[in-house]
Design a protein around this ligand. Structure first.
Ligand SMILES: Cc1ncc(COP(=O)(O)O)c(C=O)c1O
Length: 351
């Protein structure tokens, strides 16, 4: 038995529960992944990078930073990349939060938030979602006080689906004290087809306390490679870089992310297919009488106790979903996978 003294903050940390399922053995609709493999050009780029893996990558992912900055019309010192947007968020929270602070975010939302906040020593202020599964922005703002280090908004919200409008976020940011870091997690941005939805990149010029998070894990089909990024002000980016592990992004991840940006037309097509599938599945379910919240991401949400029943029925037919105490989240997969899910829950009474 070791006598090592661990930090007190670790004692209360919840464990991250990853979506279960071996994609080869079950239909895996539990982790909001893209059902398509990466493009051949992306795989080739990864192989080329692997051939020189005896060399360190760039310390801060310079080539990807340069490409993203050009794409968003930002300075390179406004872009940070890392091994997943989770890590960029972890670094940002480390830069602003410590014991005595609080971080405010909606709940239920992405389950990494309480873990990352807890690691900093700060406390979580979880604000219940509204009845449609969306953010209660007034209540979130109401929870902000002198000790608030950061607020996290998630649009579209994982796991419930609704997104925030540009107007809602702009108004929120205007009212938020400039000393508070505002994180807008847009991991599912590319799937959001709702009218007027927020595009955090367009707000950066007006809000230097804003950090927009995006990822290559979802729409870019690179979840296994771990690559995400943040767009923000030069000062916030500099603070994130200070606490980031040097060489955090591997050369293979960086090369693949760059190649994925080049392959964007094909990816856009795949994302459009997923969105079409989402609308088809939603139409079937709503027609049957299911009450499903607005779905801006590549997943849908069944709230309430019926979630456990859905999860069980799906699993009995080889479909893995992601259950939570408040409901179940089902990733939109290929047409055949979605049909398998719909067939599996056919006997359950809609509500
Ligand atoms: C809302 C949200 N943010 C961030 C992430 C993590 O993304 P990454 O793979 O880039 O760390 C996820 C992944 O499920 C997510 O749902």
């Amino acid at each position: 038995m070791t006598k090592v003294r661990f930090r007190q903050a670790l004692a209360g940390l919840p464990a991250y529960v990853a979506g279960k399922g071996d994609a080869g053995k079950v239909v895996k609709l539990s982790s909001n992944e893209l059902p398509f493999p990466p493009a051949s050009t992306v795989i080739e780029a990864g192989e080329r990078a692997l051939a020189t893996a005896n060399r360190y990558p760039s310390a801060i992912g310079s080539a990807l930073v340069e490409k993203l900055a050009a794409r968003f019309g930002l300075d390179q010192n406004q872009v940070v990349v890392g091994p997943g947007s989770i890590q960029v968020l972890a670094n940002a929270l480390t830069a602003v939060a410590q014991a005595g602070n609080n971080v405010v975010y909606p709940w239920r939302s992405f389950e990494a938030y309480p873990i990352l906040v807890g690691i900093t020593g700060a406390s979580s202020r979880q604000i219940p979602l509204n009845s449609q599964g969306g953010h209660d922005l007034n209540a979130i703002m109401g929870a902000v006080d002198e000790e608030t280090a950061a607020v996290i908004l998630c649009s579209p919200n994982n796991p419930t689906g609704p997104s925030l409008s540009a107007m809602q976020v702009r108004e929120f940011l205007r009212a938020l004290p400039q000393t508070v870091l505002a994180v807008l997690d847009e991991a599912y941005f590319e799937f959001d087809t709702s009218a007027g939805h927020v595009d955090g990149a367009a707000l950066l010029a007006d809000f230097p306390n804003l950090l927009v998070l995006r990822t290559f894990s979802k729409a870019y089909a690179l979840a296994g490679l771990r690559c995400g990024y943040g767009l923000t002000s030069p000062q916030v980016a500099a603070a994130i870089r200070k606490v980031a592990t040097p060489f955090g992004l591997s050369a293979v991840s960086e090369a693949c992310a760059l190649a994925a940006l080049e392959a964007e037309e094909a990816l856009r097509q795949q994302v459009a297919e997923v969105c079409e599938e989402r609308e088809r599945v939603l139409a079937v379910l709503r027609h049957d009488g299911w009450n499903i919240p607005e779905a801006g991401g590549n997943f849908i949400w069944f709230g309430g106790q019926v979630g456990a029943q859905i999860q069980e029925a799906a699993l009995s037919q080889g479909v893995q979903t992601r259950g939570f105490p408040e409901g179940v989240r089902v990733t939109i997969g290929s047409r055949a996978e979605n049909d398998q899910f719909l067939a599996a829950i056919r006997e359950i009474k809609p509500r």
